[in-house]
Design a protein around this ligand. Structure first.
Ligand code: FPP
Length: 256
């Protein structure tokens, strides 16, 4: 299976053929992606790092279209982590201007395609212009019941869990909840992903093999798929390949 995909990629195979190979009855409900490698993509071309981030938007467009076509229900994209503030200010500023750039051209299309935009992360620290763009996208698509496009923006899984634990402790102290009632389901309901299912498939591009503080609770039983492809080069065939590999996996959730 993998060899076939590699050959297709090498000769630029049309992604429709890759898609046609997929079992339509076993499409992951929720796909989460760590979009990595923008900087390296730019460096390889002698371009500034921000050119890689800009190019990354094109890959987002391709994958949103394809996720919709395949009937994936939720697509979560790690767009800015709580650790990304450590980057040079100019790069941070650029990263936080990407939602405006993206939604300016894409929002009409997303609306037309019945996509429901959502956010997870700490919104309080984000600049006003970023907030305005993302909140507008959420508002304008809130009645859509198609693909949920969930942007993780200023998101960090540890801080998400810490916030949930603090909230649970407060609710226990206030007598709204007893400590015996704090189950895994209750914990999940205090997370930013309360209204969506856990990712079935988690993809990371660029050859890095780690989760980088992304959905640590939610990914407990996700199938993980890593590829050397840099995010701006990630296309429909790669996405189909990831799903094909997912479909070959036996998900046992700790059972036999
Ligand atoms: C990691 O690559 C990528 C990011 C930190 C940003 C990803 C964001 C986008 C692709 C666009 C987001 C768009 C919207 C609409 C919010 P890197 O810079 O760490 O790459 P490197 O590891 O090669 O340096």
């Amino acid at each position: 299976m993998l060899d076939k995909f590699s050959k297709w990629r090498a000769r630029g195979k049309d992604s429709n053929e890759a898609i046609a190979e997929l079992e339509t009855t076993n499409i992951p409900n929720h796909v989460a992606i760590i979009m990595d490698g923008n900087g390296r993509w730019a460096k390889k071309r002698g371009l500034p790092r921000i050119a890689g981030h800009r190019e990354g938007i094109k890959a987002i467009n391709k994958i949103v279209r394809q996720a919709n076509q395949l009937d994936v229900k939720v697509l979560t994209l790690y767009a800015f982590s709580t650790e990304n503030w450590k980057r040079p200010k100019a790069e941070v500023d650029y990263l936080l201007s990407l939602p405006e750039i993206f939604f300016k051209s894409e929002l009409p299309i997303l609306k037309q395609e019945n996509v429901n935009v959502r956010l997870m992360g700490s919104m309080a620290q984000l600049p006003e212009h970023t907030l305005k763009a993302v909140r507008n996208a959420v508002e304008e698509t809130k009645d859509n019941d198609g693909l949920i496009l969930n942007f993780a923006l200023n998101y960090g899984s540890r801080s998400e869990m810490l916030e949930a634990i603090k909230q649970i402790s407060e609710d226990v102290a206030a007598g709204k909840l007893s400590s015996d009632e704090v189950t895994e389901e209750v914990m999940s309901s205090y997370l930013m992903t309360a209204s969506i299912s856990d990712p079935d498939l988690l993809i990371r591009t660029s050859g890095e093999i780690r989760l980088s503080n992304f959905m640590l609770w939610q990914a407990a039983y996700s199938e993980l798929w890593f590829t050397d492809v840099l995010w701006p080069d990630f296309n429909e065939s790669h996405f189909a390949e990831a799903i094909a590999v997912y479909q070959k996996r036996a998900r046992r959730y700790g059972g036999v």
